[in-house]
Design a protein around this ligand. Structure first.
Ligand code: MG
Ligand code: MG
Length: 249
């Protein structure tokens, strides 16, 4: 099939950078408030206020069908991604994936970070560490002349060599005037396959790594994704521009 990949000008990359820096600042602000006793809905309200006070609009609010009802996707423990903030009270030992989007000046920001709540088990700590490192393995492959499959294979081999599994049903994506553009960026695949990376492409790399089975289930709310065996899952995401000087996170 044909793919329509929008290459960005330097000016457009800078607008994407503004958005993604705001997303990063929002995640840091949320992270400062992640602790046992706080609800995911309280953290969501704080993020919405932070984003709007910086002149942007939450990128996920109202997105999709059914319309996503919140600013953040907050996915606790066995929830993989797209969890809806609620009255759930975070407790010691939980992990919470926080995925955040913004829209400002016609472009999107989109990044995610999984936080530990208090003290987590060493096994869960390793899941967080390996998932974050898998993201960096993918980023290192995000250079002009490489292919999407080089990113995919780097993420997959790192996660699996550490004993974890890679979610198949959800993938990374191009980012620009739309939150989800081509190309798809799977977290599994084969080196040397897929679209060639070119200067001006901006992609979100977002490994979703499970402690147990790779299989997931989609819940009745139309959004929430959960591991089939209910073991924990972690998720980290960066937006990366392909430049002649290498990956620009
Ligand atoms: Mg995201
Ligand atoms: Mg994304």
């Amino acid at each position: 099939g044909t793919t329509m990949i929008h290459l960005k000008t330097k000016e457009e990359v800078e607008l994407l950078r503004e958005n993604n820096l705001l997303v990063s600042a929002t995640l840091a602000e949320v992270g400062r408030h992640v602790r046992p006793g706080v609800t995911t809905k309280e953290l969501d309200a704080l993020a919405e206020e932070f984003i709007r006070s910086h002149g942007a609009v939450p990128g996920f609010l109202g997105y999709g069908n059914p319309p996503f009802p919140a600013t953040l996707c907050m996915s606790v423990n066995e929830y993989v991604v797209h969890g809806i903030p609620s009255g759930y009270v975070l407790k010691n030992g939980d992990i919470v994936s926080v995925d955040c989007g913004t829209v400002m000046k016609g472009f999107y920001g989109d990044s995610a970070y999984t936080f530990a709540v208090g003290e987590v088990s060493s096994e869960v700590g390793k899941l967080l560490q390996v998932t974050k490192e898998a993201l960096y393995k993918g980023v290192a492959q995000a250079k002009a002349g490489n292919r999407i499959g080089d990113i995919s294979a780097a993420v997959q081999s790192y996660a699996e060599s550490n004993g974890f599994s890679v979610v198949r049903e959800l993938v990374g994506h191009g980012l620009g005037r739309n939150m989800h553009e081509e190309p798809e960026v799977p977290n599994y695949g084969i080196r040397g396959r897929g679209p060639i990376l070119k200067e001006g492409m901006v992609i979100c790399i977002e490994p979703m790594i499970n402690m147990g089975t790779k299989h997931v289930v989609f819940e009745q709310d139309g959004w929430t994704v959960c591991t089939r065996d209910r073991k924990p899952s972690a998720h980290f995401e960066f937006a990366v521009a392909i430049t002649k000087d290498g990956p620009d996170v």
